[in-house]
Design a protein around this ligand. Structure first.
Ligand SMILES: C[S@@+](CC[C@H](N)C(=O)[O-])C[C@H]1O[C@@H](n2cnc3c(N)ncnc32)[C@H](O)[C@@H]1O
Length: 228
């Protein structure tokens, strides 16, 4: 082997199997400043990775909650109160057939309806809420009758549902009213939470303030039972 120049680290064979580091007089020990620089840069990489990973995770979780607010009609996730859910269930008494919650949030309405014996479906734009709803339904033992889909409510046809629940916002109600009028069968019932439909006449109203729930029968609003 060529003799290493002073100040450099060289290598020599001490035995046929072992390659040893050869140090020159005046060389610093690897545990000195060089090693601590290496250690620091490793921590730097780890920290950058951790901060970057956290930011990506936060972005992935927060975006589906923020984007509904940026759409033409802002329909944010506001879960129904316990009283509101009770009022919806009250309006479903004596009803049968499949049920849909339009914009099902964390699945509480769909799960409550499934517990009442309905085959219930929720359409929701936010995938995190859909996955959470599926988990909740499984935990509550109603996964067989409570189903959740990641879907845009404006792209779904509701004709197969006899019971429709919506906790919307006032800006969307006129357009949804038209859509449901075209799609629902005469025996359907529509239940609106917190905000009523602008033109239909409710068959029943229950609750007060934010917990108010309106029930509309399709036979009335399709048969001309509209308010002027
Ligand atoms: C006011 S929350 C009602 C949640 C649930 N129905 C309840 O009563 O607890 C409205 C829900 O609609 C969802 N949403 C907003 N825009 C949507 C769209 N275009 N299609 C489907 N769901 C939508 C929101 O993510 C939110 O979870």
């Amino acid at each position: 082997m060529l003799p290493p120049s002073k100040g450099h680290v060289g290598w020599r064979w001490s035995t046929p199997e072992t390659l040893e580091e050869e140090r020159q007089p005046g060389d610093s020990h690897p545990a000195g400043p060089e090693a601590s620089r290496l250690k620091k840069s490793n921590w730097g990489f780890l920290l950058t990775g951790a901060v970057g990973g956290t930011l990506v995770a936060l972005y992935a979780v927060a975006t589906p909650f923020i984007t509904p607010a940026l759409r033409k009609t802002c329909l944010p996730f506001v879960p129904a109160t316990t009283k509101q859910v009770e009022n919806v269930v009250k309006m479903l008494r004596c009803r049968r057939g499949p049920l849909v919650d339009i914009g099902s949030g964390d699945g509480r309405i769909v799960i409550a309806a499934a517990k009442e014996g309905f085959t219930a479906v929720g359409y929701e734009l936010n995938p995190w809420l859909v996955w959470y709803s599926r988990y909740r339904a499984w935990r509550e033992g109603v996964q067989g009758s409570a189903t959740f889909y990641i879907s845009d409510l404006w792209k779904v046809t509701f004709s197969q549902y006899s019971n429709v629940v919506i906790f919307g916002v006032p800006q969307m109600m006129p357009q949804l009213e038209k859509k449901l009028e075209l799609e629902l069968e005469d025996d359907a019932r529509v239940i609106a939470c917190r905000f009523p439909f602008p033109h239909w006449t409710p068959a029943q109203v229950t609750g007060e303030g934010v917990d108010t729930v309106w029930a509309y029968d399709a036979s009335a609003f399709r048969g001309g039972g509209r308010r002027p």
